[in-house]
Design a protein around this ligand. Structure first.
Ligand SMILES: *[C@@H]1O[C@H](CO)[C@@H](O)[C@H](O)[C@H]1NC(C)=O
Length: 212
């Protein structure tokens, strides 16, 4: 099936993901799975499901929802990425996200400090691309999360459309550290406040020193 086959279901999938995320059954494993899922669809660069579209879908449910998800779920869970694949896919997705023009708007600029801080650590331990990491099946992870909740099964079964990540979609990003630096330099050129914001994060000082 083509990657685009997910498109008719994507709104429903997002709704299901959000329900679970805000529900009482919210678990760390689920929040992590959410980050991996969002990262995967970002990195896959599915036609007609560009990053801006993903953001627009979330924000159509509730204004600024994506920004809230970023600060409340995605950024805090980056340190919990466990396998090499999870680390790589999350790193690549966040770097792609940071390269988007809308990330330079005030509401998103606020997230640069905490996001870059997590990314510096994540990129450091994400290692070099290796073919052995390409076996992770996203849908397997998502299924196991909801084995106890039949109501979600049908929604999640749609995920199999985008499930198998083979070959590893992150392999073409061979130097994440350079990509991260570049995305900061690029952002700073377009909006000087990026530098200002990052300079306010003490823990980032050693990393920022390597930029110039
Ligand atoms: C930085 O900007 C250059 C020039 O626009 C672009 O080619 C490059 O892909 C950007 N880097 C990242 C990591 O987004």
């Amino acid at each position: 099936m083509p990657r685009e086959a997910i498109l008719p279901f994507i709104n429903n999938i997002f709704v299901l993901l959000l329900k679970r995320l805000t529900g009482t059954a919210k678990t760390i494993k689920y929040s992590k799975g959410f980050v991996t899922f969002i990262s995967t669809i970002i990195v896959k660069q599915i036609p007609r499901l560009e990053i801006e579209t993903i953001v627009n879908i979330f924000d159509s449910f509730q204004p600024n929802l994506f920004s809230q998800l970023l600060s409340g779920v995605i950024i805090p869970n980056l340190k919990l990425m466990h396998t090499t694949f999870e680390k790589r896919v999350a790193s690549v997705a966040m770097i792609l996200l940071l390269s988007k023009e809308f990330m330079l708007q005030d509401i998103y600029l606020n997230h640069w400090g905490s996001l870059i801080l997590e990314l510096v650590n994540l990129v450091k331990i994400s290692g070099v691309a290796s073919k052995g990491d390409s076996q992770l099946l996203i849908e397997e992870e998502m299924y196991s999360l909801d084995a106890d909740e039949k109501g979600y099964q049908s929604g999640f079964s749609k995920l199999s459309v985008i499930g198998k990540v083979k070959p590893d979609i992150t392999l073409k990003y061979t130097d994440l550290n350079s990509n991260l630096k570049e995305v900061i330099i690029n952002g700073s050129k377009k909006n000087p406040r990026v530098v200002e914001i990052l300079n306010n994060v003490n823990e980032l000082k050693p990393f920022l020193a390597t930029l110039s």
